[in-house]
Design a binder for this molecule. Structure first.
Ligand SMILES: Nc1ncnc2c1ncn2[C@@H]1O[C@H](COP(=O)(O)OP(=O)(O)OP(=O)(O)O)[C@@H](O)[C@H]1O
Length: 467
């Protein structure tokens, strides 16, 4: 007597066969084997995960009806993936459980609790780092546009004009954090969506492996099932013609299907070399948002947020000193904090300005050794938002005159330069002009309390820039 599961599956496929064309039946149902019937749960074996996804997307009603005929109203279906056919693909990565692509195709006996009715889609592991969220992504002028576009996407993935969202910026400015925060937020809000974060390097390696094992279409199909695809560091696609071509196809498919694409890069699409024009033009379809170097206040806020997370408290002058001196890379800002904590606990040292200076020395080579007139001019020009060269010029515009006089005042009080030398640094002015400027600043400080605060703030900034 034939086994029950074969009988049940035959009854099911009998119905399916009479309702689809022979070619589709041959392609999608002949390779399936029934392997078990447990009560009203029929287990079938399919060649791979993609196969399963395809059945779910395209033939679910047929399967439901067929199963009803074979097992009655309460019939349920469970899936197993075949192992034998996928050894090749299974070799794709040595890391275990690291990679969806590998997992989807190679895991021995993934059982999908595929229940009819009320079918659930199999979820990939999105490969997201849970620590990267919007809550701990501090907002500043440097990232406002990218951050708010990211939030809009997280509310409506694939449904905004920001598709793709290309986030670009220098090393360590938070591209990965922001891209993953979007992924985590989508995951939280839309539990059913398939999200995947992948680095360009991993994407390329997967592709190479799939070419070797003759499974490129499986690779493409896998990526085409994703609802929110996040690809990090796409500048590494440069010069990789085949990877660009496949990525182009995946991009088009996802975009046309209203799926969200988020890309990060260390440069703007227009500056990407050795990249096909058709890809670059697609990168420009949505929004390209850059991350700039955060200003002092934002760096301080980021540092304080990290301290909160670590549960530590540093003296104000230390946090100010770090934030002032580590300007270009937030990863370095965190690095200094970690070093400080490590030094303090390993060497039993108190965290103070002295230790902070030592630690920072190992991160930044170009700490200022002494206050220079040039430093002062730079800080004052930044503060008043005037071009630095105007400080040495002839302009009599009030904001520039004040910035110029204040720079001279600070140079006289904070450096040991002579009046003549200071004057030379301001377009060859003579020593009496420097004296006059210092007096003008002093008078203004005596009458304008806000100006006095500004001078104190700038003095502090100049001193913080000292190592
Ligand atoms: N606005 C921010 N608020 C809080 N933390 C931030 C912010 N921006 C960056 N960081 C932190 O700085 C570190 C570096 O960020 P991230 O790895 O995202 O940078 P990246 O731009 O992707 O760097 P790379 O170019 O090296 O890939 C991370 O730990 C991240 O959490």
């Amino acid at each position: 007597m034939r086994e029950d599961f074969t009988t049940a599956w035959n009854a099911c496929t009998e119905y399916i066969k009479s309702n689809i064309n022979p070619q589709s039946f041959k392609t999608w149902f002949e390779p399936i084997k029934a392997v078990k019937l447990d009560g009203n749960v029929l287990t079938i074996q399919v060649p791979n995960k993609f196969f399963y996804e395809w059945l779910e997307e395209n033939y679910i009603d047929l399967l439901k009806n067929g199963l009803k005929i074979a097992l009655g109203e309460n019939g349920r279906l469970e899936y197993q993936f075949m192992m034998e056919n996928h050894r090749e693909v299974g070799k794709m990565s040595k890391e275990k459980n690291d990679d969806n692509f590998q997992k989807g195709f190679s895991t021995d006996e993934i059982k999908n609790p595929f229940v009819i009715p009320g079918i659930k889609r199999v979820k990939f592991n999105p490969q997201l780092n849970k620590n990267y969220t919007f809550e701990n992504y501090i907002e500043g002028d440097c990232n406002r546009l990218a951050r708010s576009a990211g939030k809009a996407i997280a509310d409506n993935p694939g449904g905004t004009a920001f598709n793709p969202l290309v986030i670009y910026g220098d090393v360590g400015l938070g591209k990965t954090h922001l891209a993953q925060a979007i992924g985590n937020e989508v995951l939280r809000k839309f539990e059913k969506k398939n999200i995947l974060y992948v680095s360009t390097e991993k994407f390329t390696n997967q592709l190479i492996q799939s070419i070797k094992s003759n499974a490129v279409s499986d690779f493409v199909n896998f990526y085409q099932l994703i609802d929110v695809l996040i690809v990090d560091d796409i500048q590494f696609l440069a010069g990789k013609t085949k990877t660009q071509e496949i990525f182009f196809n995946i991009f088009n498919h996802l975009h046309q299907s209203g799926k969200q694409i988020i890309l990060t890069s260390d440069r703007a699409p227009k500056d990407m070399e050795s990249m096909e024009d058709r890809l670059i033009s697609r990168f420009k379809w949505g929004l390209t948002a850059d991350l700039q170097i955060p200003d002092y206040e934002t760096r301080l806020a980021i540092l304080e947020a990290k301290m909160n997370k670590e549960g530590i408290d540093l003296p104000g002058d230390v946090t100010e000193f770090i934030s002032f001196n580590i300007k270009n890379n937030i990863r370095e800002l965190e690095g200094v904090l970690i070093q400080l904590i490590a030094q303090a606990s390993l060497n039993q040292r108190k965290i103070d300005l002295m230790l902070a200076k030592e630690v920072i020395q190992s991160f930044v080579n170009q700490l200022n050794k002494e206050i220079t007139v040039e430093n002062i001019k730079q800080l004052v020009a930044e503060h008043f938002q005037v071009p630095i060269e105007k400080l040495g010029g002839k302009t009599r515009k009030r904001s520039i005159v004040i910035a110029r006089q204040l720079s001279m005042y600070l140079a006289k009080n904070l450096t040991n330069k002579s009046l003549k030398n200071i004057g030379n640094n301001f377009g060859g002015r003579d020593h009496s002009t420097v004296i006059y400027s210092c007096k003008a600043v002093q008078d203004l400080m005596d009458t304008d309390i806000i100006f006095k605060d500004t001078v104190a703030e700038l003095e502090k900034k100049v001193q913080l820039s000292l190592s």
